[in-house]
Design a protein around this ligand. Sequence first.
Ligand SMILES: NC(=O)c1ccc[n+]([C@@H]2O[C@H](COP(=O)([O-])OP(=O)(O)OC[C@H]3O[C@@H](n4cnc5c(N)ncnc54)[C@H](OP(=O)(O)O)[C@@H]3O)[C@@H](O)[C@H]2O)c1
Length: 330
Amino acid sequence: MAAGRHVMRAVRVVQFGGPEVLKLQTDVSLPVPKENQVLIKVHACGINPVDTYIRSGTYSRKPALPYTPGLDVAGLVQDVGEHVTDFKKGDRVFTLGTISGGYAEYAVASVDTVFALSDKLDFKQGATIGIPYFTAYHALFQKGSAKAGETVLIHGASGGVGIAACQIARACGLKVLGTAGTEDGMNLVLRNGAHKVFNHRKEDYITQIKETAGAHGIDIIIEMLANVNLANDLQLLSNGGRVMIVGSRGPIEINPRDTMLKESSIRGLSLFSASKEEMRECAAFLLAGIEAGWLNPVVGPEYPIEKVAEAHKDIIHSQGALGKMVLLPR
Ligand SMILES: NC(=O)c1ccc[n+]([C@@H]2O[C@H](COP(=O)([O-])OP(=O)(O)OC[C@H]3O[C@@H](n4cnc5c(N)ncnc54)[C@H](OP(=O)(O)O)[C@@H]3O)[C@@H](O)[C@H]2O)c1
């Protein structure tokens, strides 16, 4: 138990709906870690678009109500379950799988989703590793079979997954093209591994990408907004090229014929569907990247927990991403 405390501040959702259903409460029971769980004192929590889909009640995964949102957390270990030997009170950690919810002062997570947080990174950075970096690695290598020397287009490179994908792809020897919707976003993408960047709000940017890719085309596209871009993506691919659908917010019409001559493929992925082995491989690769120094999460806008509803509006509606949003519990 946290220094004799039994209650904490936490965001609660009692019914699915818009951002207004996110309510900050001051009397939420502190979670108690079970045998293989770790109780973390939350210093920062990453805000992911999926938090908003779950909150709206339209996502395939629906938690039992009431619940506390938030999956990616970094902080200090406060307590551990009786079977946990890898961590002790006071350890700096991050997780991508809180069980009790990260928009809170304390959260429990299963020990197999908790990792030591390097002294090279602060807690806000720690809270932005989980879903963005694991997804980027899963998309690039475990599902996309990316190889050194190939050209990758990160279509939507200025946000959480995009920056992660740029850093990873560059570190692994790919030629990295990225897109963003603002000048600041474009500069950020360039500083984080892209060789070249394009503005996805400019009318002629697809032509510019085509010119840059040349006759060979793009080997792999990491797509953040497939409902807008998929038809264009198919025009950009090389022979045998693949579009990896990370994000999509609606339907789109494509011509399947555009995949035939180049024998290209369109593949969707979800980190929630990754196997335990794949997750372990992601973790080993990413932890090595932190130690090597090339994995350096970019923290975007920061929101105090009182402004959680504003954060949820912004992550869906604001333009000009600059890294990953974080929620601060105090
Ligand atoms: N499949 C999975 O397992 C998985 C995991 C994590 C995330 N996702 C999904 O992947 C997407 C990105 O997640 P995130 O955490 O990176 O979100 P984010 O931080 O909010 O970033 C959104 C990105 O999309 C870009 N974007 C906006 N308009 C675009 C357009 N027309 N074409 C291309 N990109 C555009 C934004 O650029 P500007 O703001 O600069 O315009 C920004 O780079 C979301 O839809 C999320 O739900 C899926």
